[in-house]
Design a protein. Sequence first.
Lengths: 320, 797
Amino acid sequence: MSASDLPRNPGGPLDLDVVRAIRVNKSAAERRSATIPTRRTVKKQWQAAWLLKAITLMDLTTLSGDDTASNVKRLCAKARRPLRDDLVDALGVADLHVTVGAVCVYHQWVATAVEALEGSGIPVAAVSTGFPAGLSPFKQRVEEIHESVKAGAKEIDIVITRRHVLTGDWQALYDEVKAFREACGDAHLKAILATGELATLTNVARASWVAMQAGADFIKTSTGKEGTNATLPFSLVMTRQIREYERATGYKVGYKPAGGIRTAKQALEYLMLMKEELGNRWLQPDLFRFGASSLLTDIERQLEHHVTGRYAAAHRHPMP
Amino acid sequence: MTSVAEIFKTMEYGPAPESDAEARAWLAKHGGKFGQFINGAWTKPGSTFEVFDPSTTDVLAKVTQGTSKDVDAAVAAARKAQRSWGKLSGHQRAKHLYALARMVQKHARLFAVVESMDNGKSIRETRDLDIPLVARHFYHHAGWAQLFEQEFAGYGPVGVVGQIIPWNFPLLMLAWKVAPALAAGNTVVLKPAEFTPLSALLFAELAHDAGLPPGVLNIITGDGKTGAALVEHKDVDKIAFTGSTEVGKIIRRATAGSGKKLSLELGGKSPFIVYEDADLDAVVEGVVDAIWFNQGQVCCAGSRLLVQEGIHDRLIEKLRARMETLRVGKPLDKAVDMGAIVAPEQLERITALVKQGADEGATLWQPSWSVPKKGCFYPPTLFTNVEPSSTIAQVEIFGPVLVAMTFRTPEESVALANNTPYGLAASVWSENINLALDIAPKLKAGVVWINATNLFDAAAGFGGYRESGFGREGGREGMYEYCLKRNGERGTVKGAATSSPKRAVASAVQPSPFISEIDRTPKLFIGGKQARPDSGYSRIVVNPKGQRIGEVGDGNRKDLRNAVEAAHAAVKGWSKSTGHLRAQILYYIGENLSARGEEFAARLRAQTGAMAAQAKAEVEASVARLFSYAAWADKWDGAVHNVPIRGVALQMNEPIGVVAVAAPNEAPLLGFISTVAPLIATGNAVVVVPSEPHPLSATDLYTVLESSDLPAGVINIVTGAKDVLAKTLAEHDDVEGIWYWGSREGVKAVELASAHNMKRTWCHADAIAWADVTEGEGREFLREATQVKNIWIPYGE
């Protein structure tokens, strides 16, 4: 986000009337979501360009209990050089210096990743605040943010307390996110709503709004650990709240779907959704990211297919 | 060539063309020229006309202008084929329909491409909507064929069906027409629209390859003259038409008195109603699907946007932003929202109406981008500051043009929504289920979508109220359009006494030999009161010997006017009353009639000369019939259709409204009860012209009705010259349906006059055996007394 020319969302006072007036019609949201991928498609060099764009919008992620320094370093190396040189040349995009958007790890590996990415300009994002359930003591969650920022994380992916949403305690949710935002300082805050645990699309929309009011720089669907992670309907609902928020305040807030996005085709669907609902400005890394771990490999394969006309094998691309 | 690096910066969509190679190969196989498809074979092309790709205006093919000889040949082939097709078991027909469904799926992409090229609609729509729905219709109706003997026991096919379909959904409309027709055992002569005949020709060819017997489905191409020849053909038993209300009226008049069964699916100016608690982003996409689907060339398009005043500006702002992101372009491009308008004529009509709208003072808005110069393209268009009196608020534009108006209250939204001669569809947007389900039954529309629009399925009937036509397509209700009740003895009169309706001339009438009672001179029965006839004249009633037995009022058009007004006043409450209440009143009428049974029997004998036992039987049958419809009053249930959404499609059987009845001359009491009782049991109010020669049984009923708690105006009775009164009622634009029993000339006159407001007509020149319960009462009467509204309610939170 260092390249961003946008003013940060400062947040503002919570207006409960606005929150409670938000209603989402689920069937209608599903219908719209279902037709975004059928109304739009990109082919040939357009598809290649869009997939290349998707790489730059990726938070290349590892969030496993068995992470060690070696796989984190490998991930960072891949983040610097996500695409084989021969493909970069064949696509004629060497000048674009394509890298991923960020590397996303647990606090434990922030310092390792920062070191591995030094000089690349690629920021490190840390999942935080008792990720993924968000149920550690509040003080510890705030402290976790401080520690990660201190370790060099430029982006903090916080998780919200789902209880506040399920019980309609919007004030508590607002206070929590606001405190996290303050703890972030200059680091950008991505608010993970854990949409798969919020029961209804109306709740997802209201939580999105409250998180933005509390100063979130990004709103993000999922930890990747819920039963349901990113979906197009969740994304539709959240992007529409981003649109409303911009209309109401003038501030642009970013969006990050995460979890379950594994194929190049899915990536294109999300890009089309962003373009349709929010416009091209939201196809830049300061306003859109994918949280993904295996997506990159599929995109590499599709780009190779575009270049060679042959279907590609994963093992012919350097693993992340 | 645009480079990857450039696109990376602009992030534009590129072209994404669907190949037309297979479709062109099929056209080439035919040398770009088609004859008619009759009796399983192509005829030699005759005099031809050109079919265009509207997106390029290039000629796609030449097809034959159908002559009356072609129509004769096709009808003869269909007639011959029907003899064996109609005798197949349901299962055997089901196998054929199943094969057609599979055939459509196997060639889905070819159909989709041909349809897109011919019509100009986007490949996205033909691929994802039209063609899958076509297959779905054949699957669903394979099921009705399979179940036909059990589920339509007592019914058989109509015979040879002539079908005329429009250009907006060429293959889907073919499926809607052909699938139920074949399922019920009919054979078909179908005329596709002049602009878009290709998919029907492809279908016929592939259906033949799939084993459909020769003559079962015949395709005749041509213009309106060919259609007219089909409509007027003597050996066609039914006409099914989808198209404009204007042509629908012509067909109604052309078939009047012919005995042809008729179903019409016509135009609309459907309301799209948005309440202040709606999900506005959902509404915006709903509007896209309502009026920019198929370039707005959709009979049920939500073309009148009615918005609650407080959210109007916000919604319009959102809509305009959304319109900017719509893409109009080549129909075969997989990434466009709108393709081409079907033909230059249609484009001119849209352009002219939009100009008129702007000239009349409405605010025109179109997106900043422009549509392709070559080909028939028109941009999405939104009018605000539109009043109901504006031309564009009243006329069906049949293009991508939306007109927006505001309302203040739910009541006013209903008034505005219903302020149209049409009644095809409506869309209701609110997150409040109480409001949405309160509004839906109040809308004059055959289909209501709650928080959705343009949902279609083979399991739910589709069709209109008012001048949007009659009959349903899809579901069980649609199957009845292609069935006839098998009344073995229909055409002969049994069980009820009759005499020829001889208009008595006072001087020629012999006086009654003695006066046995105090003079009773019945008046008319209007609005619950006995009213003197406006004319001030009476009609003499005679017995079969020509002796005077009484007099009745000679009703005229003013009496009918008053009666219709009274019926309208009554129907508001009566149609909303519970089935339980209507049942109680019908039972009570039966009870009171029974108590005076001897008197009514004596009156029957006096009028018709019936034997005592016969007269007694008619009275008893009348009481029983009242009980039957009392029984039905709370049992004429709708249904929940099994449609493929998370939600329900509620079939509600709604009363037609104010219905006129010209009761049969025979069975003066039972005929009256048999026609009036099903109508009032289902919530209609009626204006009845009773038996012309024997009206005294009806006039004797006044006091029965008065003592039975029947609300004033639910039944109104005007005695007089039946055919004169029936014609006046048929001409009345505020009478919504008419049932007629009488002469062939009378049937024709009623059907002709009914075309003006597209009344539902049920006319009979042949007598019904009223005493026979399988013939004289039951579901057929209830179906005719009601119209189906399907309310689609997707749900989920």
